[in-house]
Design a protein around this ligand. Structure first.
Ligand code: AMP
Length: 284
């Protein structure tokens, strides 16, 4: 496994791999790897000859009052974990290498970015699509893998790839959870035992809503109210949003059908957790 931090070195290396006829699979991350990331890497390993992992805490996708400075970073630990999945190349550039002085281009996907996290984190998705675009141009993957944990991000990236005619297959991977149901996230490390316990209300709400929907409740307003009751019973919970949206358009739905996904973002103390689930699929 090779660590590359220089942008030009990485791009030339990937040109060479392509010229040699290799299939390249790519998993972009912000590091502090957990089993969710590793599941993407394992699938990437199966799909490509050369597996590239990027680790880059991208400043442009964080708002001014968000956790960019505190975001957990542990490159050596990540390298050890990555090695167990057969990663060939780790690309871990500095922010100054990715955004040299004078960078002036943003990639903006309209529509899909206006609801949900787009509403509560202005500019976040422009940061995501811009950095993913740059990473795609550097890594030149045939296939790139993303988690459904970030449901809206996956939809936005799929849209960008179609709209900009990028010759890249985008693979969405299921959410990996802790045994008790908490969706794995690098940010879980911020949670005290008490807040972590309160955070389990997300999966409790998801399970309750799926049970109701599968038993025949189709009215999304009533379902959202059920979730609100469960989550707001937690003393530290501050609900950012609980919405039921169409999986492709991300527009709010009034009645549940097979496209309906419940998406939640809730702050527990200073930590913002997100989760989601298709309402008519049996939850884990
Ligand atoms: P991050 O490092 O948080 O930016 O995540 C990098 C990639 O891993 C994104 O595509 C995420 O959606 C994905 N990911 C994060 N957490 C999980 C999880 N619990 N299960 C599956 N994929 C995940």
């Amino acid at each position: 496994m090779e660590l590359i931090q220089d942008v030009q070195v990485l791009q030339q290396r990937m040109l060479d791999e392509r010229a040699a006829g290799k299939t390249i699979s790519f998993v972009p991350t912000m590091g502090f790897l957990h089993q969710g990331h590793l599941s993407l890497l394992e699938e990437g390993r199966r799909r490509g000859d050369v597996l590239v992992l990027s680790i880059f805490v991208n400043p442009t996708q964080f708002g001014p009052n968000e956790d960019f400075d505190n975001y957990p970073r542990a490159l050596q630990r990540d390298m050890d974990l990555a090695q167990t999945t057969g990663v060939d190349i780790i690309f871990a550039p500095d922010a100054s290498a990715m955004y040299p002085a004078g960078s002036a281009t943003l990639v903006h996907v309209s529509g899909l970015t206006e609801n949900l996290c787009g509403a509560s984190r202005p500019g976040h998705f422009d940061g995501v699509t811009t950095v993913v675009n740059k990473l795609f141009n550097l890594v030149q993957p045939h296939v790139a893998l993303f988690g459904m944990k970030d449901f809206q991000q996956l939809a936005v990236i799929r849209k960008m790839v179609v709209d900009l005619n990028m010759p890249i297959e985008i693979v969405g991977m299921p959410i990996v959870r802790e045994k008790d149901g908490l969706a794995m996230s690098s940010r879980n490390t911020y949670l005290s035992d008490d807040l972590r316990r309160q955070g389990l209300s997300l999966i409790t709400a998801i399970r309750t809503l799926c049970r109701s929907a599968l038993a025949g409740e189709r009215n999304t307003a009533r379902l959202i109210e059920q979730a609100r009751e469960i989550i707001s019973a937690q003393p530290s919970a501050q609900i950012d949003y609980i919405q039921i949206c169409h999986d492709l358009t991300l527009q709010d739905m009034e009645m549940v059908d097979e496209h309906a996904v419940v998406l939640l973002a809730v702050r527990f103390g200073a930590t913002r957790l997100i989760d989601n689930h298709y309402l008519l699929q049996q939850p884990a």
